[in-house]
Design a protein around this ligand. Sequence first.
Ligand code: AMP
Ligand code: GLY
Length: 433
Amino acid sequence: MKILVIGSGGREHAIVWKLSQSKKVKKIFCAPGNGGIKEIAELVDIKADDIPKLLDFAKNNKIDLTVVGPEAPLVKGIVDIFKENGLKAFGPHKDVAMLEGSKVFSKNVMKKFKLATAGFKVFDNPVGAKKYLNEIGIPVVIKADGLAAGKGVIIPKTIEEGEQAIDSIMIEKIFGESGNKIILEDCLEGEEASILIFTDGKVVVPLESAQDHKRIFDNDIGPNTGGMGAYSPAPVVSKTVMDNVIKNVFRPLIDGLRKEGKIYKGVLYAGLMMTKDGPMVLEFNVRFGDPETQAILPRLKSDLADIMLACVEGTLDKIDVKWNKASCISVVCASKGYPDEYEKNKEILGLEEAGNIKDVIVFHAGTKDKNGKIFTDGGRVLGVTSLGKDIRSAKVNAYKAIENIKFEGMQYRKDIGDKAIKRQRLHSDIVRV
Ligand code: AMP
Ligand code: GLY
């Protein structure tokens, strides 16, 4: 089988790495890829959202399966276009990719299928939005409707800050057309977790749970980022929570969409808040999470190519998805300045030493290869990942690996895994009592 993976992040490195273990996969291309992916796949110099060029490439190279990493091409309808051309692509069609492409669409779907989520109101003009903001006061969550590279959610500290956010999104159009509509939503409290499923539109198979770390600094301080590290499993997702989310979120959603003729195929990600009233949906993503995937896929025992093909072909009931009991943690090393403007082109040293440590995999994100040397090329640069018998030993090993890695301005959180370790300790105390 010949596979084309689209994207260039740590998530895509993890996907390519896992697919490369499949006996059925003879060749992997990645467009545009990064310095780490280059070692295990052939890089293709086409941008992830250049659908016409990707289509030509897939046709000319007789690609059997295209795996779409990021949301932008999915929301643009890449899976529909490939299908019209007789090509298989893993990911949802455009009509349901709108679950991520439009937060208004997504919230209305949640409401229609009675999924637990925060109360909300939609506005198409700043005057109405500000009037409502002044009525309800803070805390409140302000969300731009469309894609905003992970920056479209603002939780203002004051009413003035909220009014400023509304103006920035709706008048200054800092996210372009994505700010034509906004949502004002109740602010939920609790611990966050990510639950993803594989689905062919009928069968729903959960992946192992994970927890991301969105803020730049330790103890969840500082601005939001794309994600600074993740671990799997997330102890906050007990079996009861997982069963609840499958039964009350994913099943009604997938079944409800199917009854409307919308068959969701691919991977679906629910960002959840574990509130005192139970798990509530914050958002849906129509793709694998980044960096969750770097902590989840090393635990997958089954053949990822088989699973992906079964999602596309509607035969997921034939596949037994098996997981390794080990824990896994992935710590993101980022460039100086990230998540604001950051520096690039710094040579990265010590990758081989880190990668040689037992149970460690160094996934590349923003890196590029220049004549055999690896340089930084993005905000999030590496996902230093380790398996371990539990989160604590995975953490120790991942941070031991990071000690080998150096590039100018490198920053990373030191506390990835701590929430899980604390929760496990609490749990074992309760069990002991
Ligand atoms: P999203 O892009 O929708 O994942 O939102 C980004 C982050 O904003 C989430 O991971 C949460 O930390 C936060 N967030 C989104 N919606 C809410 C909400 N209703 N209450 C509290 N925090 C939220
Ligand atoms: N880790 C958050 C995301 O992938 O959107």
